[in-house]
Design a protein around this ligand. Structure first.
Ligand code: UD1
Length: 360
């Protein structure tokens, strides 16, 4: 099988790593395309290094822009690559603009299209990722779902059940394969923190950081939590830009985005994680570390029903109250067992893709 694997932004790299390996092990010829949506070394290169992903065969170098501009540039640059490589299948992962752009291009060309992380739905159409998910799934031939709720969403939308496969979570493949290496780096100590004695926070979503009032309220809550327990905030470039305009409370230490291993290590030894990320809701669930998600909804409900995640929104009083309660309770870790979150999801993705391509 000739497979073209697409990656564009930070969370994609974590998913692509095990897929690349599993495709090679299955005997496929694999071509890796990096769209260039994320180009900062801290958001891209370090992930390739730490996850042992080979250098991309093709780099589209599209960079940042408006949603339409970025999506259009990726589409224009990607189409001739698919025509030149002539893969049997294009594999896209996640829900970023690169996922959508490459899915739309492939849907009108001969290769099959496989979507890894299909079927997640927040029901919140104000999220650009929700648009990306729904449209990508609609045009995909192979829908690789991470959880039962995702399978149900796809079936409820009328997807052909033959195309839908419950494969589990490829992020967990990366997590389990790198956990020892992550722990060995002692990230908490390197940041001057005591393992088990700090809160790890990440913020990057437009809905949390683009409105200065919302961001100021969230930081205010972080400041009050930091009176009880120090807060380390890893800031995405989008967040870092806004933080220049808003005072950061004492007790909240802001650092540049951390690499993959330090992200896992800092979650693993935190007393509590505060985030608006999707992937971190899943990683904390597997690690058994309590997580408060600063959103009103999640496309990953299994992390709430079966995991350690709670949705707290962006009301500072709610964030502070629930965080302090959780810190006070600190009743030990509760790693969750979720079907298919076992480190072998990429193998199952590749088997399902191969079956579909062979039956074409
Ligand atoms: C993207 C994804 C989001 C994902 C996040 C992970 C979409 C719609 N959003 O959001 O789902 O959770 O990645 O990080 O695809 N920038 C840099 N350096 C970079 C890349 C971006 O400084 O390497 C800055 C630029 O100012 C850019 C802004 O970040 O305008 C936003 O980047 P973009 O790729 O559009 O989306 P993210 O917010 O990173």
């Amino acid at each position: 099988m000739r497979a073209l694997l697409v990656a564009g932004a930070r969370p994609n790299f974590v998913k692509v790593a095990p897929l690349y390996r599993a495709l090679r092990e299955q005997g496929s010829e694999v071509f890796l395309v990096h769209t260039g949506q994320h180009y900062d070394p801290a958001l891209s290169d370090i992930f390739f290094r730490e996850l042992d992903i080979p250098a991309p065969d093709v780099h589209l170098g599209v960079g940042s822009g408006t949603h339409a501009g970025q999506t259009a540039r990726i589409m224009e640059a990607f189409e001739p690559v698919v025509e030149r490589i002539e893969p049997d299948v294009v594999v896209v992962v996640g829900d970023v603009n690169s996922t959508l752009a490459c899915a739309l291009v492939t849907a009108k060309l001969p290769p099959r299209l496989a979507h890894v992380e299909a079927g997640l739905r927040s029901g919140d159409w104000s999220m650009p990722e929700e648009v990306n998910r729904v449209v990508t799934d609609r045009v995909s031939d192979v829908l690789l779902a991470p959880s039962r709720d995702a399978v149900q969403n796809l079936l409820a939308e009328g997807c052909d059940p033959e195309r839908v496969h419950l494969v589990g979570n490829v992020m967990v493949d990366s997590l389990l394969s790198r956990l020892d290496a992550a722990r060995a780096r002692r990230a908490a100590e390197r940041f001057g923190l005591t393992p088990g004695g700090y809160v790890f926070a990440t913020l990057h979503r437009p809905a949390t950081v683009d409105d200065p009032e919302v961001l100021a309220r969230v930081l205010d809550a972080f400041g009050r939590i930091a009176d009880a327990c120090p807060v380390l905030l890893a800031a995405h470039p989008r967040t870092a830009k806004r933080l220049g305009e808003i005072p950061v409370p004492r007790g909240v230490k802001v650092v540049d985005p951390v690499g993959y291993l330090d992200s896992i290590g800092l979650q693993d030894s935190a007393a509590l994680v505060l985030t608006d990320s999707g992937g971190i809701q899943e990683e904390t669930t597997v690690l058994g570390v309590p997580c408060l998600t600063l959103r009103e909804n999640t496309e990953r409900p299994v992390t709430v029903t079966h995991g350690t995640n709670r949705l707290v929104g962006t009301d500072p009083e709610v964030i502070e109250t629930v965080a302090l309660e959780t810190l006070a309770r600190s009743d030990g870790r509760r790693p969750s067992q979720i079907e298919g979150w076992d480190g072998r999801a990429a193998e199952r993705c590749v088997s399902a893709i191969f079956r579909r391509v062979s039956s074409a």
